[in-house]
Write a protein of this length. Structure first.
Ligand code: NAD
Length: 404
């Protein structure tokens, strides 16, 4: 019997879709039966007829959920939808496992299998084509530079014209991971003078290879797996003080700093926001309900301050570039599904070096090592409590005084 793969229509405001018509055609060719909830791809400009032409069937949500062996999503579905999932079904998407692990624990209790793409071990080279965090961050970084340029009331490049010369804009990118590097590359191509800053010294070479200046941080915060670690309160204060000087010299500040499973670090303080000259643009990719990198940023909102600076809460940039973002995401999804399907059977090898992290729940258990740590569960290999668990506890609720 063919494996049945469904994609759901995403929650309101999300324009991406988990499967593109091109990827659906590949699954159908590979012997899958594919069901698409009606209008799933409409906001990414993939109308239903493109999916039917690719061999999928358009169904309502109830059917997409009831019949599927595998359910592909971008964002984690709402509670009602999760409640309808049954034992043995496999849900794959950006499920926020580290941020809201209790929801995942509930899926485990109900024996629903969940693969949370944020848990992918990104440094394993054969996992690179599954890396949805990178594909989506890359899109966000590119779009951040465009959003910043669009809101800015001056030229980005130097312009020498008969009507005079315009000096180039200065763009500062705080956090030079995947999104930050893409923002740097895009701002450079638009002709700005660009600087990058990160607490991982290793990013210097990447920033400089794009022709941007690297601003050295006095705080070194290399964490595990290539990520940054959370700063202590003293380090954060030191960083905020040194960043204030850098921020004041720039016109557009794009912030992308994240620490996995934690609320984003505050890099631009109230003082820096209030001191910014009129026309300064802050684009905060880390803006979230937990807080952002820029004081007072709000997800999906643009705030104009009393001094006429703009703070753009830009956590939804991949959704704004929905067609490209969905095409890339669908290819990541295809790679993940190909890893767990073997000759029309779903085979989840929890000892595999990628799946042992990517799989959040399987057969009623929490599998992923990082998620187990976050939940303070004993390490699966030793059955002993993990001593480092406290260092990777789930996200804390919003801002505390000490961080401002
Ligand atoms: P991320 O989204 O977790 O964070 C974005 C950036 O913010 C990172 O560069 C991080 O160092 C920086 N940051 C965090 N706290 C900060 C602070 N207080 N001040 C300034 N900057 C801060 O990062 P990401 O883009 O997902 O990348 C994380 C790492 O993973 C990088 O080292 C990247 O090169 C690596 N990576 C490797 C692969 C691979 O090997 N295939 C793929 C993707 C990413």
């Amino acid at each position: 019997m063919a494996i049945i793969l469904s994609a759901l229509k995403e929650p309101a405001g999300e324009k991406r879709v988990a499967l593109s018509p091109a990827v659906v055609a590949k699954f159908v060719k590979g012997g899958f039966e594919v069901l698409l909830e009606k209008d799933s791809g409409a906001a990414a400009y993939f109308p239903d007829h493109l999916y039917t032409e690719a061999g999928a069937t358009i169904v309502n949500r109830q059917t997409a959920l009831a019949k599927a062996n595998l359910i592909a999503v971008v964002d984690r579905p709402d509670e009602d939808t999760l409640a309808q999932l049954k034992k043995g079904q496999v849900l794959i998407g950006l499920l926020k496992a580290l941020v809201e692990p209790a929801v995942i624990q509930d899926l485990a209790k109900r024996q629903v299998t969940a693969l949370s793409l944020e848990l992918l071990p990104r440094t394993v080279s054969r996992a690179q084509n599954m890396d949805a965090l990178s594909s989506q961050a890359s899109i966000a970084g590119y779009k951040a530079a465009l959003v910043g340029a669009n809101a800015f009331t001056r030229y980005l490049p130097m312009m020498i014209t008969a009507a005079g010369t315009a000096k180039p804009a200065k763009v500062l990118v705080l956090g030079t991971g995947v999104a930050g590097l893409q923002a740097i590359g895009t701002a450079k191509r638009l002709g700005a003078i660009v600087s990058g800053y990160d607490v991982r010294p290793a990013s210097r070479n990447e920033v400089e290879s794009l022709g941007a200046n690297f601003l050295t941080s006095s705080v070194n915060a290399v964490g595990e797996g290539g990520y940054a670690r959370q700063l202590s309160a003293e380090e954060q204060q030191q960083q905020q003080d040194e960043l204030a000087g850098f921020i004041a010299k720039n016109d557009i500040i794009i912030t992308t700093a994240q620490v996995p499973g934690r609320k984003p670090p505050l890099l631009v303080t109230q003082k820096s926001v209030e001191a910014a000259p009129a026309g300064t643009i802050f684009v905060d990719l880390a803006a979230s309900d937990l807080g952002g990198n820029v004081y007072s940023s709000k997800p999906s909102e643009t705030i104009t301050t009393a001094n006429n600076a703009q703070i753009i809460g830009a956590q939804d940039l991949p959704s704004q570039l929905a067609t490209s973002a969905s095409e890339m995401y669908a290819r990541n999804m295809q790679a993940v599904i190909n890893t767990i399907v073997n000759e029309a059977e779903i085979v989840i090898d929890v000892k595999d070096d990628v799946l042992s992290e990517l799989v959040a729940t399987y057969q009623g258990e929490i599998v992923s090592g990082r998620l187990r740590q976050a939940l303070k569960l004993p390490d699966k290999n030793t059955d002993k409590p993990d001593p480092s668990a406290a260092a990777t506890a789930p996200a804390q609720p919003a801002t505390t005084e000490g961080e401002k």
